[in-house]
Structures are given as C-alpha cells and as structure tokens.
Design a binder for this molecule. Structure first.
Ligand code: SAM
Length: 273
C-alpha cells in the first residue's frame, strides 16, 4: 500500500516540525504525568513521535498504527534511538491497523492519542468515533497539522483563487469508509466534537511557510495541487497546468513563497489544564 510515499513524508517533515504549535505541546507536557503510553494514529514513518517524544518528559512507550506496513518498517528504523525531554527511555512498537476498524482499539490505558497530518483525510463520523474512544480512555488528544483550506502565494497570480477553490473541493470530494472526507473542515470539526464531549480544547494555527530553501517540497506541492484541481474540474485542466508551469518556473528562480494553512488541536480531559 503506497498511498503516501516515504519520500513525500521525508520531504514534508522539516516544514511540519517548523509549523507545529509549540504552545500546545507545552500545555500537553504540563498536563501529562508519569510513565506515558502514547498511541500515534496514521503514524507513517514516525514523524509525529520523532517530534513529540523529546518534548515530553518521563519514560514513554509509543505504539505507532498505520495500514501501510512499509511505512511502519521505515518508522521502526527511524525511531529506534529516541529519548524523552529528560533523557528517559522511549520505546516504540508498530501495529498494522485499519483506523476504520474501531473494534478493540486497545488504548484504554493510554494517556495520549495523537495524529499528525491525518485528520483532513477522515470524515465526520470517524472524528466522532475517535472522540468517543479518547473520552472512554480518559486520555488527551493532540491532532496536529490538519490542512484548513488557506493557501497564500507570494507573488500572487490571477489563477490562484480558482486553483485553491478547485483543490479544496477535491479535498472534500474524497469518499472514505462510506462518508465524505472533511478535508479543510476537519480541524474545526474535531475541535467542536471534543468540546461537545466535555474536553478542554486549545487550537492553534500551524501554517507551513515554504520558500526558496525548499524547492523540492514546493515543486511537489505545485504538482499535487495541479493534479487534484484538474481532476476536480477537467474543463479547466489547461488553465491549472499553465498556472503550475508559471509557479514551477518561479520556484526555479527562487521567486515564490507559499503559506499553507494548517491547525493543531489539543483536547485535554476536564480534570487537566
Ligand atoms: C499524510 S500521512 C501522515 C503520516 C505521519 N503522521 C506524518 O505526519 O508524517 C497519513 C498517514 O495515514 C495513514 N492512513 C490513512 N488512512 C488510514 C487508515 N484508514 N488506516 C490506517 N492508516 C491510515 C497513511 O498510510 C499515512 O501513513
């Protein structure tokens, strides 16, 4: 299964780490105590645990779940020598898992359920189920890097709005496990569902700011946006491809900067800060 390649996940890891909300992670670190059991959903090659483990104190055991066994194999290699903020041991195991299968999630003794760059792939019912499972475990949840529909390019181009509108429609048109993906609406839906369930919710923007120092990431993004927009609106495919060529040429001249809107959401059980 290669829905997301390890190359793509490696390409975005630095931009993700720069973008993530330090404030929410600090709140999480203050709220969690003792030896931690953490579950990372849609873990891919393990970028989320690589980011979080060193920012949380105390011994930690992380279980990385994904339906892609190849990505999890990369994660095992890349997460074998992690340490907590206080130098304590961090152990990591992986489990090939279909996140749509809620039977026996097995995280009732987890203190943290987390995911990064996952939520926008999921639908409303999945998010409601996630909230129910996190509440049943009395755990905290940190859902990082949900795309929120904003993309800003500098300099601007006359076709920017049309491209972004078609791309966002494509994000919402995907059908996952018998429901539409929430795409750019997922972060807000999760915050609202956790609030409804009585959690204390903290949200923050975690925008990618990408410039001439990351030309490969920029080129990959441009190609992905054009492909999705053209698939969504085939009649406008020519205009979207022309937009992509103009943007790609700007990347080659180090003349393009992009801000891609993301949000992070931290949900803490009521008893915690
Ligand atoms: C955009 S990647 C993010 C990976 C990683 N969390 C990161 O931040 O680099 C989304 C991940 O979710 C996984 N995924 C998507 N749908 C899934 C499902 N139904 N069950 C299990 N894993 C899933 C994919 O295999 C992929 O590794």
């Amino acid at each position: 299964m290669t829905e997301f390649s390890d190359d793509w996940l490696a390409l975005r890891e630095a931009a993700d780490a720069r973008a993530r909300s330090r404030e929410l992670v600090a709140r999480l670190a203050t709220a969690l105590h003792g030896p931690l059991r953490c579950v990372d959903l849609g873990a891919g090659t393990g970028a989320n645990v690589r980011y979080l483990a060193a920012r949380l104190a105390g011994p930690q055991h992380w279980e990385l779940r994904d339906h892609d066994a190849d990505l999890l194999a990369c994660a095992r290699g890349a997460c074998s020598a992690l340490h907590a903020a206080d130098g304590r041991a961090v152990t990591v195991t992986t489990a090939v898992t279909d996140l749509f299968d809620w039977a026996g999630t097995g995280w009732r003794d987890a203190q943290l359920v987390t995911a990064s760059a996952l939520l926008d792939l999921m639908g409303e019912q999945w998010i409601r189920s996630l909230v129910g499972e996190v509440a049943a475990a009395d755990a905290a949840a940190l859902l990082a890097l949900s795309y929120d529909g904003r993309i800003g390019w500098e300099p601007g181009d006359a076709a920017d709005d049309a491209l972004r509108t078609a791309f966002n429609a494509h994000q919402r048109a995907r059908w996952v496990n018998d429901e539409p993906a929430l795409g750019p609406d997922a972060g807000a839906a999760a915050a609202s569902a956790f609030r409804d369930a009585g959690f204390r919710v903290h949200a923050a923007t975690s925008d990618w700011c990408i410039g001439g120092d990351q030309p490969r990431l920029l080129q990959a993004l441009i190609a992905g946006w054009v492909e999705a927009a053209a698939e969504q609106q085939p009649d406008d495919a020519g205009a979207f491809r022309a937009w992509g060529e103009r943007r790609s040429a700007q990347v080659e001249r180090c003349a393009l900067r992009v801000r891609v809107g993301h949000t992070d959401c931290l949900a803490l059980p009521r008893r915690e800060g």
